[in-house]
Design a protein around this ligand. Sequence first.
Ligand code: IPM
Ligand code: MG
Length: 372
Amino acid sequence: MAKYRIAWLPGDGIGVEVLEAAEVVFEKLRLDAEYPVGDIGWKFWRKEGDPLPPRTIELLKHVDAALFGAVTSKPVKAANAELVPELQGKTLVYRSPIVRMRQLFDLYTCLRPCKAYPENALNFKEGIDLVVFRENTEDLYAGVEFGPVPRELADLFGKSAKSFAPFASLAPDDYAISCKINTRAGSERIVRAAFEFARKFHRKKVTVVHKANVVRASDGLFLDAAKSVAAQFPDIAMDDANIDAITMWLLKNPFNYDVLVAPNLYGDIISDLCAQMVGGLGFGCSANIGETLAVFEPTHGSAPKYAGQYKVNPIATILAVKMMLEWLGETDKAQSVQGAVAEVIREGKVRTYDMGGRNSTIEMAIAIAAKL
Ligand code: IPM
Ligand code: MG
């Protein structure tokens, strides 16, 4: 039996292509692992009405880690229109499989390092080295949504806070509600993960991102939880910033920041911003980490317009592989993948289209594998 079982979840669009690139790297690494393939994505939604079929969930219960490519997500109406005729008219609801995996397996830490590799022409500034900790299971992603709004809820609004009164008189179809749910335990554990990381890797500061001046209840709780955790880490500085302001400040002076921690949606937003500062989505990698399982993925989506062209940059996925190796405890292999990526970027000889070159996804992977 192999030492590791790694679920292989290509998904669709360019997800398939970047996982082929990852395969090139794994072949060279000769990790003692097996890679069972899991069905996931748009194809399974259309055929089965479920983009994350139960057999894939079962598979994920019996692996050490998973590598996920990307999956196309569409709004409700468009998604339902594409179901096979037998499933048409059923009340099926498309839910993003990656969001479901995060919740089903309680992968509460979304870790997104954004490091500027030296001499990448796409760097916003040389030397940027930010790490985003995104809470990955709650907040506006909780999935508690109403549209149309049920009568009982409308009545409740009518009776509660004055500010809701105008909504209470609307027809159920004329508004919708998405609940932002943040728990104290959920907030504390992600902030703790950020501080523990900061301590382990000698980072100087953790910045808590929120909008507690307006979203008083849920963000207020997040900030409060963050402060109580920070008090347990006197060796690491803590500050906080509003989500809107920090997007400006990050651009103005990225060197004022180090580790950032945020509730789910703000983390989603700032991690794209930070990825852009280090070369764009071709360089943004992501780990979804729980107590027993971790799913690694490029931060980018399935990019349907590039599907089948083998032109997108696989570095994001290859850096996700590096994170996986670290998480498995294969530190030397992780270091060597990172070194190989850094060298290929610095040399600038092999470049995908986003880097101003003409090399394919697979050529980039081969160039990186050649340095391992
Ligand atoms: C991400 C993505 C996902 C998210 C989408 C694909 C559901 O944007 O991982 O950042 O919103 O979490
Ligand atoms: Mg995102």
